[in-house]
Design a protein around this ligand. Structure first.
Ligand SMILES: *[C@@H]1O[C@H](CO)[C@@H](O)[C@H](O)[C@H]1NC(C)=O
Ligand SMILES: *[C@@H]1O[C@H](CO)[C@@H](O)[C@H](O)[C@H]1NC(C)=O
Ligand SMILES: *[C@@H]1O[C@H](CO)[C@@H](O)[C@H](O)[C@H]1NC(C)=O
Ligand SMILES: *[C@@H]1O[C@H](CO)[C@@H](O)[C@H](O)[C@H]1NC(C)=O
Ligand SMILES: *[C@@H]1O[C@H](CO)[C@@H](O)[C@H](O)[C@H]1NC(C)=O
Length: 918
C-alpha cells in the first residue's frame, strides 16, 4: 500500500470556524471540495476563485487535494480533516467515480450530507444514496444525442472506436437504437499508447468504412487523427463523431491534412465570456467540462442554500433556530451511530438542491428525483473549413431532437490550392477518347466537355470564383468495374474510386444498385434504355424483271412447255376431228376438198390468246378440240389469277419477311444470334431479370456457342455488321444512336428498360451537391442536349446518313425500278413486231417486183403509196399466188380490179357463211 504510505493531504485553505457568522446577519455554511491528482488544476483553481470571491456567498469552503487514488485511503484522510467541528454541509467531489458509490459517498449519504459529484459516471443510485447529486449529465441521455446525430447524418454503417470498455456503458444508446443490423457496426479498440496505423488502414482501406464514432480521451484525439492522415490521403471521404464532450477544445489545425467532416457535442459553450468574472483566462485555451461543472455545482449550491431561507434571518428568529454543526466524515461503528450524528438540516438542503434550478456554464441545472441532471442542452459543432469547431445547432434532451441553426461549410469541402481533381474515365467514343501514345494530345469527348461545363457552372456560382483544376486519366482495361470475388475490392473505374485514386468517374457509367452501394452517383446526365442493334436488311436488288418473280423459273419453264404441248395436242385433235374440216366454199354444196384452219400457227395463237385472257377470233368446232381448249382456258384462269395475286404481295411483303420488328420476336427466332457486352450493366440486366421474356433471351445467350458476348461495344458493332443480319447486339440506346449516325446500315429496335448515366464519386464526396445542381441547371438550360447533339451528330467526320422518306417507307407499292422490265418487254415486242412487218412488206414487194417486172424500188414505192394512202382504206390485191404468170400480160391495173371483185365476193360469201355458223 504505497499509496497509503505516501498519502499527504493538502489543505489549501483554512477555515477554522463552522457556521461562521459574518459581521451582519449571514450564516456561512462550510462546504468542501475534494480533488485529486487526476483532476485538472483548472477545476481546483476555479473552486478556489469562486470560494474566495464569494463576499456575498452563503458558504465558505476549502479544497482538499488528495494524492491518493483509492477511495478507502481518501475516506481515511477526510476523517481527521473534518473532525473538531470542521465538517461540511456539502462535499463537492471532483474525483472520477467509476460508477460506484464509494466510501466517501456512503459516509456522506449516511450522515445526510449532500455529495455533489462531477465525474462522468453517476454512481448506481440506490434508495439510500439519495444525497448524491451528479452534475455531469447522465450518459444515457447524452448518448441519445449521438444516436440522433447518427440518424441525422444518415449513416448506414460505422466503426465504433474505443479505448476502454467504459465506452459501451456510456454509448449504450448509440448501439441499442441502431436501426440496421448490428453487423454494420465495426468495433475496434484503440491503443492510446501504441501505433494504431495498421488498424486504421484496415478500417479505411480494406473495410472501406467512412463513418467513425471515436470515443476516446480528449488528449488522444490529435494522435489518432495524425495516424489516420498517415494512412489515408483522401480524408475528405471520412466523417467522425467525437464523443468526448470536451473534444471541441482540441486544436485540429495542427493536423492540416485532415479534411474529414468532424462533428461533436458539448455542454459548455465556445469562449464563454462569463469565465472572466471568475478570474479565469479563457483566451487561447478552452475551459474543460469538469471545471465548468465545479463552478456550476458551487453556483447551484449557493442558490439552493439561499432558497432554504435560513441563511439570512433576523437575529430574533435565529436565536430560536438551532442550526446544528455538520458532523465529521468519519467511520462509525453502527448504523445507529450514523443516524445519531446525521446532520439535521441535511434533508432540507437536499430538497432545496432538487428543487433549485439555475443557469450555469453547462446550461440549465436541474435535477430529477434521483439526483441526475435533466433538461439540458448539448451544443452541436462541426469542424469548418479553417479546421476550427463552429457551432451549427443544438440537441435538446427533453425533446431528443437535433435543431440545426447555422450552416457551416464542412472541413471536407476545403480544398488546398495544389489540389487537382483526378477524374477517371474509359475510352469509348463519343464519351471519352485519349491517345496515350501522344503525350501532347488532350482527351476529348462528351465527358470532357460535360466536365468543363459543370466546373464552369460551379465556378460561376461560387463567390470566390476560383478555378477548379482537374485532370483526366484512362482506367486500365477500360472496364466499368465489377467486384473482385473474395475481396471487398472492385476493378475498373469503380475500383479507382474505391481506392480513392480518382475523385470522380465520368463516362458512360450506368447507375445500378450494386454500384450505388459502394459509390455515390450524381443526378443522371443522360437517360437511356437497352436496345437492340441490328443491321438494316439489305435493300432488295433493284430488279427490273421483278414481274417474273411471282412465278418461279420452274413454273415459267413448265408453263412454256405446257403451252407448246397443248398447242400440239390441239393441233392433233383438230386435225383428227371431222368437225374441224369444213367446206371452204359454202356455196358449193359438194366441194372437192375440205379445209381445216388449224395449222400449228393458229393453234399456238389460240392457246396464247387464251392464257393472256384475250381470246381469239377463230375457235375449234369439234368436241375434242373444244374440250382441250376449255381445259386450257381453265388452266389459264388459274395461272393468271395466281400470278396477279402473287405479284402484288410478292413485291411488297417479301422484302421484309426476315426482319425483326420487336425484341419479343427474337425469342422465337433460332437463326439469329444475339449477345451483349460481357459483364457490363446490360449483361447484369439480363442476368438478374425476372421477366420471362428476358429470362428466355438470357438463357439463349448464355448457352450460345460460340459465345455471343463481346469485350467491347465496338466488337459487338463489328460483329453485327459482319454477320449479315444473323447477329444482333444489346446495348445502350445512346451508343446505338451514335453508331447509327456513323454506320448507315445499322438500326435500333425497341427499348427494354430505362436507366441513367451518372457521374460516380466515392461515398460522401464533397462535390456531390455541387455537381448535382450543376447538372440540373445544365439540363434546364438545354446545354446538355446541345452537348449531346454536338457529339453525336456533328462530331462524325464521316458522311452522315441521310435516309429519304421514300426509302424508309414505300408502303409496299410497286416502284418504277421494279416494273421497268415490263416496259422493256413491250418495247422489244413492238420492235420485233415492226421488224416482222417490215420483212413481210419487203417480201411482198419482192414478189410484186418479180411478177410485175418492175424494179424492187418501184414495187416498194407503189406498195408504200397504196398502203399508206391516208384517204384510202383499200388497195389493189396482190396477184394470186397460185396463178401462173399470164401470157396475155394483162395490165396490172385490170388484173387488180378483177381480183378486187373476186375478193369482195369472197368476203360476202364468208360473211354469209359466218352467219350460218353462229
Ligand atoms: C499520399 O500521397 C502521396 C503523394 O501524393 C503519396 O506519395 C502517398 O503514397 C500517398 N499515401 C497514401 C497512403 O495513399
Ligand atoms: C437523514 O435522511 C434520511 C433520509 O432522507 C431521513 O430519513 C432522516 O430522518 C434524516 N436524519 C436527520 C437527522 O434528519
Ligand atoms: C499529338 O497531338 C498533338 C495535339 O493534338 C498533334 O498536334 C500532334 O500531331 C500529335 N502527334 C502525333 C505523333 O500524333
Ligand atoms: C459562366 O459565366 C460566364 C460569364 O459570366 C458565361 O459566359 C458562361 O456561360 C457561364 N457558364 C455556365 C455554365 O453557366
Ligand atoms: C461531409 O459533409 C458534407 C456536407 O454536409 C456532405 O455532403 C458529405 O457527404 C460529408 N462527408 C462525409 C464523409 O460524411
Amino acid at each position: 500500500m504505497t499509496n497509503m504510505v505516501t498519502f499527504k493531504v493538502f489543505l489549501l485553505l483554512f477555515v477554522s470556524d463552522l457556521l461562521f457568522t459574518d459581521g451582519a446577519h449571514n450564516i456561512l455554511f462550510p462546504i468542501g471540495g475534494l480533488f485529486n491528482s487526476k483532476n485538472l488544476p483548472d477545476s481546483e483553481m476555479v473552486f478556489d476563485n469562486i470560494v474566495k470571491i464569494g463576499t456575498t456567498k452563503v458558504y465558505h469552503g476549502r479544497a482538499i487535494h488528495s494524492r491518493v487514488l483509492d477511495s478507502y485511503s481518501t475516506a481515511l484522510e477526510l476523517c481527521p480533516l473534518t473532525s473538531d467541528n470542521k465538517g461540511f454541509v456539502a462535499l463537492v467531489d471532483a474525483r472520477p467515480t467509476h460508477g460506484i458509490c464509494d466510501i466517501t459517498c456512503l459516509i456522506c449519504n449516511r450522515l445526510n450530507i449532500s455529495h455533489l459529484i462531477l465525474g462522468w459516471e453517476p454512481p448506481a443510485t440506490l434508495e439510500h444514496d439519495s444525497y448524491t447529486f451528479s452534475y455531469h449529465p447522465p450518459w444515457e441521455l447524452i448518448s441519445k444525442s449521438y444516436a440522433t446525430l447518427i440518424k441525422t447524418l444518415q449513416w448506414d454503417k460505422f466503426t465504433f472506436l474505443y479505448e476502454d470498455d467504459g465506452s459501451f456503458l456510456r454509448l449504450q444508446e448509440v448501439i441499442n437504437s441502431w436501426p440496421y443490423k448490428q453487423e454494420q457496426i465495426l468495433y475496434r479498440k484503440l491503443d492510446p499508447n501504441g501505433d494504431n496505423r495498421e488498424l486504421f488502414k484496415y478500417i479505411i482501406k480494406v473495410e472501406h468504412m467512412s463513418f467513425h464514432v471515436l470515443d476516446c480521451d480528449v488528449k488522444n484525439i490529435q494522435k489518432y487523427m495524425e495516424e489516420i492522415v498517415k494512412v489515408e490521403n483522401s480524408t475528405q471521404y471520412l466523417s467522425f463523431i467525437l464523443t468526448a464532450l470536451d473534444a471541441y477544445t482540441v486544436d485540429l489545425k495542427s493536423v492540416p491534412d485532415l479534411r474529414a467532416n468532424v462533428s461533436t457535442m458539448h455542454l459548455t459553450k465556445l469562449n464563454d465570456e462569463s469565465w472572466k468574472d471568475l478570474d479565469v483566462d479563457v483566451e487561447g485555451r478552452s475551459v474543460r467540462l469538469e471545471t465548468a461543472l465545479a463552478a456550476d455545482a458551487l453556483h447551484h449550491l449557493d442558490k439552493a442554500i439561499r432558497s432554504m431561507g435560513i441563511a439570512t434571518i433576523d437575529d430574533s428568529i435565529r436565536s430560536q433556530l438551532v442550526i446544528e454543526d455538520p458532523p465529521s466524515l468519519c467511520f462509525r461503528d453502527s448504523k445507529a451511530d450514523y443516524e445519531a450524528v446525521a446532520w439535521s438540516l441535511g434533508s432540507k438542503l437536499r430538497d432545496a438542491l432538487l428543487k433549485t434550478t439555475c443557469e450555469g456554464f453547462t446550461g440549465t441545472i436541474s435535477f430529477d428525483t434521483s439526483g441526475k441532471r435533466q433538461n439540458f442542452i448539448l451544443w452541436y459543432s462541426k469542424l469548418n473549413t479553417e479546421s476550427r469547431f463552429s457551432y451549427v445547432g443544438y440537441w435538446d434532451s427533453k425533446m431528443d431532437v437535433l435543431v440545426p441553426q447555422i450552416d457551416v461549410t464542412e472541413r471536407s469541402s476545403a480544398r488546398s490550392s495544389k489540389n487537382v481533381i483526378r477524374i477517371v474515365s474509359r475510352n469509348e467514343r463519343p464519351y471519352f477518347e485519349i491517345d496515350e501514345t501522344n503525350a501532347t494530345a488532350k482527351p476529348r469527348g462528351y465527358a470532357v466537355e460535360l466536365t468543363e461545363k459543370i466546373f464552369e457552372y460551379i465556378k460561376n456560382k461560387s463567390k470566390t470564383r476560383e478555378e477548379f483544376l482537374y485532370e483526366f486519366y484512362r482506367v486500365k482495361g477500360d472496364s466499368y468495374g465489377n467486384p473482385i470475388a473474395g475481396t471487398k475490392k472492385w476493378d475498373g473505374v469503380i475500383g479507382e474510386l474505391l481506392e480513392h485514386n480518382a475523385e470522380l468517374a465520368i463516362c458512360d457509367l450506368t447507375i445500378t444498385s450494386d454500384r450505388n452501394a459502394v459509390v455515390d452517383f450524381s443526378t443522371p446526365f443522360m437517360s437511356l434504355g437497352i436496345s437492340l442493334l441490328t443491321k438494316e436488311s439489305e435493300p432488295l436488288e433493284t430488279n427490273m424483271f421483278s414481274f417474273i418473280e411471282p412465278l418461279s423459273l420452274d413454273v415459267w419453264l413448265y408453263l412454256a412447255t405446257t403451252y407448246i404441248i397443248v398447242s400440239f395436242v390441239l393441233l392433233i385433235c383438230a386435225r383428227m376431228s371431222q368437225g374441224d374440216w369444213v367446206n371452204p366454199h359454202p356455196c358449193n354444196q359438194n366441194p372437192e376438198n375440205l379445209q381445216n384452219i388449224w395449222s400449228l400457227y393458229n393453234c399456238m395463237w389460240l392457246t396464247m390468246g387464251s392464257i393472256m385472257t384475250q381470246g381469239c377470233d377463230i375457235l375449234p368446232r369439234a368436241a375434242g378440240s373444244r374440250w382441250v381448249t376449255g381445259i386450257w382456258w381453265f388452266f389459264a384462269l388459274i395461272v393468271t389469277a395466281s400470278y396477279t395475286a402473287n405479284m402484288s404481295t410478292f413485291l411488297s411483303a417479301n422484302r421484309r419477311s426476315n426482319e425483326i420488328k420487336d425484341i419479343s420476336e427474337l425469342a422465337g427466332k433460332t437463326d439469329i444470334a444475339y449477345g451483349t457486352l460481357y459483364n457490363a450493366s446490360t449483361y447484369k440486366f439480363f442476368e438478374n431479370s425476372n421477366d420471362t421474356l428476358y429470362k428466355k433471351l438470357w438463357s439463349v445467350m448464355k448457352s450460345a456457342k460460340p459465345s455471343v458476348f463481346t469485350v467491347s461495344n465496338d466488337d459487338g458493332r463489328d460483329r453485327v455488321m459482319r454477320s449479315k443480319g444473323k447477329y444482333a447486339f444489346f446495348m445502350e440506346s445512346t451508343s446505338i444512336e451514335y453508331y447509327m449516325q456513323k454506320y448507315c446500315n445499322l438500326k435500333m429496335i425497341g427499348k427494354l428498360d430505362s436507366k441513367d448515366y451518372g457521374i460516380a464519386m466515392p461515398k460522401n464526396s464533397p462535390y456531390k451537391s455541387m455537381i448535382d445542381s450543376a447538372i440540373l441547371a445544365l439540363q434546364e438550360s438545354g446545354q446538355l442536349s446541345e452537348l449531346k447533339k454536338k457529339w453525336w451528330e456533328q462530331d462524325n467526320d464521316d458522311k452522315k446518313c441521310e435516309k429519304t422518306e421514300a426509302d424508309k417507307d414505300d408502303g409496299g407499292s410497286l416502284q418504277m425500278k421494279n416494273t421497268s422490265g415490263i416496259f422493256l418487254v413491250l418495247c422489244v415486242g413492238g420492235v420485233i413486231g415492226t421488224i416482222v412487218a417490215i420483212i413481210d412488206f419487203l417480201l411482198h414487194a419482192h414478189k410484186i417486183c418479180v411478177k410485175e417486172k418492175v424494179t424492187f424500188k418501184e414495187a416498194i414505192a407503189s406498195e408504200w403509196r397504196a398502203s399508206f394512202n391516208p384517204r384510202a382504206l383499200h388497195k389493189p390485191a396482190a396477184p394470186p399466188r397460185s396463178a401462173a404468170p399470164s401470157t396475155a400480160t394483162p395490165s396490172p391495173l385490170r388484173e387488180r380490179s378483177q381480183s378486187r371483185a373476186v375478193s369482195v365476193l369472197r368476203a360476202a360469201s364468208s360473211f354469209i357463211n359466218f352467219d350460218e355458223i353462229y
